[in-house]
Write a protein that binds this ligand. Sequence first.
Ligand code: AMP
Length: 283
Amino acid sequence: MRVVSSINRVRQILKSARSNGTIAFVPTMGALHEGHLSLMKKAKAECDFLVVSLFVNPLQFGPTEDFKVYPRELASDRKKAHSAGADLLWIPSEKDLYPPGFQSTVTVSKISQPWEGIFRPDHFKGVSTIVAKLLQITRPDRLYLGQKDYQQSCVIRQMIRDLHFETQMRVCATCREKDGLAMSSRNARLSTKARENAAILYRALQAAKNQVRSGERDAKCIIQTVTSLLESIPGLKYDYVALCDIETLEPLERLADCAVLLAAIHIGRVRLIDNIRLKIPKK
Ligand code: AMP
């Protein structure tokens, strides 16, 4: 595995890799966990050459968010990326990606607005801008993203379509801890008690899924099930719990065929998101 920082070097390496086969790309912010590694393994299984980027993107953090304390674990990330099959680990510098005088950003208008967009204004502008830059430089055949960041995958899908990127996007299942908590680099910042309590998020989403299995179709009732479980944990606050169309992310009043249930919570000083797809069982 080669480890490089320079944009030109990445372009050179990928030019020769491209002439020998297909290129897979997994963008990350590091502090790699099994979720990231599952994307890499899938990517490597499906393509000839795997490039992984590691960059904590300042543009996607709000002024009061956790950019400064976001975990950075370069040495162990190198080992993990290597063991997951990365051929190239790209660790760009902030000054190369956002040089002085940088002015251009990418905004994906409608789908960026609800849910995360309300609570993290400009977050998706930061995400779509960095992903556009990384795609522009790596020009991969396939981009691998996690379902864990469901709205992010919708935003990027729309951007790829709108801006004619020649990259196919694959969304991979969420990897979870034994108690169901979605793996996240931010979990490391949870206290022991908060870590224990954080399992309620997935349990609440599962409770909604069971309710749908038993015949409930009304969005308000399904959401109520989730919020009342979340509220049972002292000190837990939620930003939103939403039952949405799987593509447009518009809120649904009733579950007709399939939907996605999205939620964001604050526990301790950590903000966590998760989601599950809901499908009406066939008779
Ligand atoms: P991040 O480093 O948080 O920016 O995540 C990089 C990529 O890994 C994104 O596409 C995420 O959706 C994906 N990812 C994060 N957590 C998980 C997880 N638990 N399971 C699968 N993919 C994940």
